[in-house]
Design a protein around this ligand. Structure first.
Ligand code: C5P
Length: 219
């Protein structure tokens, strides 16, 4: 029997991370924040001053990357043994991540690293292509979205809480730009899987979304 997976895909700021973490905790399943892998690659590339415009160079940086995850209450990510967790949420990291995530060779290298998270008793995986590509055989697929304005507001609050300076208009523009790049790319574009349940969280509380996903899992 294959190990069960719940995939939660959607644009940035839709609440995927919070919802996925809570569902994984409730079910006592493993959790994969696939965006953090692309974000770690962005940090590795920036630190190495590697050429972001060169697909092969980026695929090599992805191959060489020594990443370790500690999925305790809060996710901790070690790159070459150094804790980079605090560098993951910034918009610069997100923007470079979405640039390098568009390269098919990079996605091919990172595919197995993501599949390795599928371990007993089950996995909740959040990202853009969890239900369409990485875990296309998942039992439960959710596509979680919200309006760009609402997502920018939530992102603003999140960054402020982490003590990171942010501007709401700039954030809205950056989110729209990142959405466009993720939707328009040829390799694993951001799209709902045919068999995904669509949830618009614009007017829902986080708890309401979590309960909807848990209800799907119970079924
Ligand atoms: O989810 P998060 O905002 O952390 O993801 C950062 C970027 O990584 C996204 O904008 C997207 O371009 C890329 N990504 C991806 N596929 C995933 C997860 C993230 O292409 N499964």
């Amino acid at each position: 029997m294959s190990i069960p997976v719940i995939t939660i895909d959607g644009p940035s700021g839709a609440g995927k991370g919070t919802v996925s973490r809570a569902v994984a905790k409730k079910l006592a399943w493993n959790y994969l924040d696939s965006g953090s892998i692309y974000r770690s690659l962005a940090i590795s590339a920036l630190d190495k001053q590697a050429n972001l415009d060169d697909e092969q160079v980026m695929a090599q940086v992805a191959t060489d990357m020594d990443l370790a995850f500690d999925c305790g209450d809060e996710l901790t990510v070690l790159l070459e043994g150094v804790d980079i967790t605090h560098r993951l949420p910034t918009e610069e990291t997100g923007s470079v991540a979405s640039k390098v995530a568009a390269y098919p060779e990079v996605r091919a290298v990172l595919l197995q690293k993501q599949k390795d998270f599928r371990q007993l008793p089950g996995l909740v995986a959040d990202g853009r292509d969890m239900g369409t590509v990485v875990f296309s055989d998942a039992e439960i697929k959710v596509f979680l979205t919200a309006s760009a304005e609402e997502r920018a507001k939530r992102r603003f609050k999140q960054l402020k809480e982490k003590g990171i300076d942010a501007n709401i208009d700039k954030l809205t523009k950056e989110i729209q730009e990142r959405d466009r790049r993720d939707i328009d790319r040829k390799a694993a574009p951001l799209v709902a899987a045919d068999d995904a349940v669509y949830i618009d969280s614009s007017h829902l509380s986080i708890d309401e979304v979590i309960n909807q996903v848990l209800a799907l899992a119970e079924k």
